[in-house]
Design a protein around this ligand. Structure first.
Ligand code: GDP
Ligand code: IMO
Ligand code: MG
Length: 425
């Protein structure tokens, strides 16, 4: 029996998951998304073209790879249709290579409206949600009243849709939300008809059959571990389990079938939306990182908050996920700094120092403790040997994190990838 490898972000999302899934996809028979939805924006770049995928797995450009949208995903049919239509010009075998779980939960137009209403009601304490309806849809799933992809095949789908939207309308009225329902309902129903023409399957059977056949499977995470509903900086998180365990529940894969866990992180840190970010740089250095790294959201276009790398939080993510290999992204972006900093611990409000990610993170100001080292200013990274400063930086991280950094990425293109060690035995 083969294994399911997992690739996921160890920070606050946007680590470069899309790029690496695309790079690794030729090694896999199947790529499967296990959670999240259109809040994700996964960027792939090759042959001078940049693609941003939201719900479709990042293996879609590889013609021999099957792509699965798993049961843990929340799927917006309207966004799905736009994504598929946007891909039409690339002549991909979408109807052959894309499979959607009947157990994935549907995002309705009212979920998006509710997302707006809840965020507005939170005022200053808003999460900074992407407003794609993620939270309210997972709420309905957990509240056992959600609609699922498989439901669109049943005769009473319309009835059930009306029943659920009626519940939503009541809440929206309480929030004084104005909307034109006809303008939202019609494209939704058209998108449902469109979705019906795809391969809607029992994906847990499909994936386990593939495993028995000896196929290789890569589970593609969305968001990042620090946005996980249980382990992230709650309440400033997304509404799903973004960690390795989420691949089991989000795909129907037993824990013993998990193989490699690729933990992907940026050589620095970014965060989009609200919530704690101990190493955030609110000065010109942060501005320079944002400019150099082009740190603007792939889904919302919002500027991303930037700061130095944070080892206590990375160690935490490595622990929760059981990371077996680290992949470091955007090493090129730090090439503008003559000195680079690494956060190795925090000082708490009462003066205590710690190298764990403390519960107090969300409610107290905690101050990072830094180790500073020489950078590799102006040096181009073309392969090994790496610039001396970068080599020292990587070796320092490997020692601290106790997991090998097997790959480094030096630019957005597929080709800008350096293997320090083979990723596969
Ligand atoms: P994801 O959500 O984890 O897939 O990441 P995003 O696509 O949202 O954000 C990553 C951004 O960094 C995208 O614009 C990528 O094209 C870009 N990127 C990926 N790897 C590198 C890299 O090594 N260097 C640089 N400069 N950009 C990169
Ligand atoms: P990818 O897969 C970065 C953030 C939002 C907000 C919080 C909750 O591209 O890495 P939500 O819309 O889920 O209710 O938002 O989570 N967020 C992301 N940040 N990358 C993402 O996905 C994100 N998906 C959600 O900015 O702070
Ligand atoms: Mg992204």
């Amino acid at each position: 029996m083969s294994k399911v490898d997992v690739l996921l972000g160890l920070q606050w999302g946007d680590e470069g998951k899309g790029k690496i899934v695309d790079v690794l996809a030729p090694k896999y028979n199947v790529v499967a998304r296990f959670q999240g939805g259109p809040n994700a924006g996964h960027t792939l770049e090759f042959e001078g073209v940049k693609h941003v995928l939201h719900q479709i797995p990042s293996g879609i450009f590889r013609s021999h790879t099957k792509n699965v949208i798993g049961n843990g995903v929340v799927l917006d049919p309207v966004v799905f249709r736009q994504e598929i239509e946007g891909l039409a010009k690339f002549k991909l075998a979408l109807r052959e290579n894309l499979f959607i779980s009947k157990k994935a939960t549907l995002i309705l137009p009212t979920h998006r409206l509710l997302d707006h209403a809840y965020e507005t009601a939170k005022g200053e304490n808003k999460i900074g949600s992407t407003l794609k309806g993620i939270g309210p849809t997972y709420q309905d799933k957990i509240g056992r009243q959600g609609l699922r992809v498989g439901d669109i095949l049943s005769d009473n789908f319309r009835e059930r849709f009306e029943k659920l939207t009626e519940v939503h309308f009541k809440i929206l009225r309480d929030h004084n939300v104005q909307f034109n329902w006809n303008e939202l309902e019609k494209p939704f129903m058209e998108a449902i008809d469109f979705l019906r023409t795809f391969q809607l399957i029992e994906s847990e059977y499909f994936l386990n059959q593939e495993l028995r056949k000896g196929s290789t499977i890569l589970a593609e995470g969305a968001q990042g571990s620090l946005l996980d509903i249980d382990f992230g900086s709650y309440p400033f998180v997304t509404s799903s389990n973004t960690v390795t365990a989420g691949a089991c529940t989000g795909l129907g894969i037993a824990p013993r079938h998990i193989g490699e866990v690729f933990g992907i992180f940026k050589a620095y840190s970014t965060r989009v939306g609200s919530g704690p970010f101990p190493t955030e740089l609110l000065d010109e250095q942060g501005e320079l990182m944002r400019k150099q790294g082009n740190e603007f959201g792939s889904t919302t276009g919002r500027p991303r908050r930037c700061g130095w790398i944070d080892l206590p939080s990375l160690k935490y993510s490595i622990m929760i996920n059981g990371v077996t290999q680290l992949l470091m992204m955007k090493a090129d972006v730090l090439s503008v700094f003559s000195r680079v900093k690494v956060c190795t611990g925090y000082k708490l409000r009462d003066g205590r120092e710690t190298d764990i990610l403390p519960y107090e993170l969300v409610n107290e100001k905690i101050t990072p403790i830094y180790e500073e080292m020489d950078g590799w200013p102006g040096e181009e990274i073309k392969g090994e040997p790496l610039p001396k400063g970068l080599q020292a930086y990587i070796e320092f991280l490997e020692r601290e994190l106790a997991v090998p950094i097997t790959l480094i990425s030096t630019g957005p293109d597929r080709s800008q990838t350096i293997y320090r060690q083979p990723l596969f035995a």
